[in-house]
Design a protein around this ligand. Structure first.
Ligand SMILES: NC(=O)c1ccc[n+]([C@@H]2O[C@H](COP(=O)([O-])OP(=O)(O)OC[C@H]3O[C@@H](n4cnc5c(N)ncnc54)[C@H](O)[C@@H]3O)[C@@H](O)[C@H]2O)c1
Length: 348
């Protein structure tokens, strides 16, 4: 068992990692600034555990990070805290530079200082969680491998690419024992209601238009968040130092296919009085610079660490839809947060 300092543990993916890590007997220190995207209810299932601690800390504040390392003496870091919404990065890139780049720099320096003070233990890990968006956009063919050249195209993906480069540099230059992962689009329970999957479910139930950017033909490789959390703990504990692993769901779908699948599930489990939820689909102006296709080649993590996703996108979406139906209090409480329910990212 390891003691893991997890940044961004009150967000969507971070909270899934926190819940899974505690359930497996790891100690967790959840460090989160509690931005608009955070929700402590996401970690309520483990909040009373002796294995769990929370620190409200901003990764832009180096001194605060040093204090957390001294107080908790972690064996490993999983760094997920980030500004994560591409549309918000188009309207206001500054926060993305400060949190995703400077914040990662602070995390690396705080980790390096702590690791050196401890005598550079070889089993310390700095696990950086990144995105497939750093690789740019694919045409109809091909897949991203770990060797695909970086080609980020949005302020968000450029900031994540920068952070990946910093993490590799801290390994090469200072010997910090790092592991990197780049994953595809996640979906699942506790997904903040500004992202596609929850927007579709919530707008459908409210009888509102369901917005699809452009023609809905952008392709993503959909990864169930609980599968991702499992892969992350595996990469942390079994991954080779200095190596990166791509994590995908082996579930490529166009946005339109994904939305239609969600709405078919809703038509089955919560039918409308009349007609189909698909009647609410509305095509809207595309996102500027919208990447056409992402696809992950998962060969490395499958062959070297023995990991594969446990669900198809249809199974994962059914679990997700049922979770949203059963947890309306959770998402209703988030609908009045700034920027939720309005179209962002058209200012370019
Ligand atoms: N969601 C996806 O599909 C996806 C895909 C690939 C990679 N990722 C990466 O995974 C990580 C987690 O993504 P997510 O979807 O859970 O994000 P999220 O937006 O749901 O959560 C981010 C969390 O980080 C915290 N945070 C933000 N700025 C902070 C700061 N300055 N200091 C401390 N905490 C701060 C927020 O309060 C929030 O709890 C991110 O690094 C993201 O780039 C996400």
């Amino acid at each position: 068992m390891v003691k893991i300092l997890i940044t961004g543990g009150a967000g969507f993916i971070g909270s899934a990692v926190v819940r899974l890590a505690v359930s497996r007997g790891h100690e967790v220190v959840n460090c989160d600034a509690l931005t608009y995207a955070a929700c402590l209810a996401n970690v309520a299932p483990v909040a009373e555990s002796d294995l769990y601690a929370f620190e409200q800390v901003d990764i832009r504040d180096r001194e605060a990070l040093d204090a957390v390392f001294q107080k908790h003496s972690p064996d490993a870091v999983m760094h997920l805290a980030a500004e994560s919404h591409v549309d918000r990065s188009i309207d206001g890139p500054a926060d993305f530079i400060e949190t995703n780049i400077t914040g990662t720099f602070n995390m690396l320096e705080a980790s390096r200082s702590y690791w050196q003070q401890k005598g550079k233990p070889a089993d310390f890990r700095f696990h950086h969680i990144s995105t497939d968006e750093v690789f740019g956009s694919l045409g109809k063919e091909g897949m991203f491998t770990e060797d695909t050249p970086y080609d980020p195209r949005s302020p968000y993906s450029a900031s994540k690419a920068s952070s990946d480069h910093l993490v590799r540099a801290w390994h090469e230059t200072y010997g910090l024992p790092v592991v990197l992962t780049n994953c595809s689009n996640n979906y699942g329970p506790y997904h903040f209601p500004e992202k596609l999957v929850p927007v579709v479910i919530i707008n459908a139930l409210a009888g509102k238009p369901i917005p699809i950017y452009g023609k809905g033909d952008n392709v993503r490789d959909w990864l169930f968040v609980e599968d991702h959390a499992d892969a992350l703990l595996l990469a942390l504990t079994q991954g080779e130092v200095g190596r990166s692993y791509n994590i995908g769901g082996e579930n490529e779908r166009t946005n339109l296919e994904l939305v239609e699948t969600i709405l078919s599930i809703l038509d089955d489990v919560r039918p409308k009085a009349e007609g189909s939820y698909k009647d609410q689909i509305t095509f809207v102006e595309d996102r500027p610079g919208h990447d056409q296709r992402y696809a992950i080649d998962p060969t490395r993590i499958r062959d070297e660490l023995g990991w594969r996703p446990s669900v198809t996108v249809e199974e994962g979406l059914e679990r997700t839809v049922r979770w949203y139906l059963d947890n309306e209090d959770w998402w209703q409480a988030l609908l009045d947060r700034k920027g939720v329910g309005v179209r962002l990212g058209t200012k370019a």
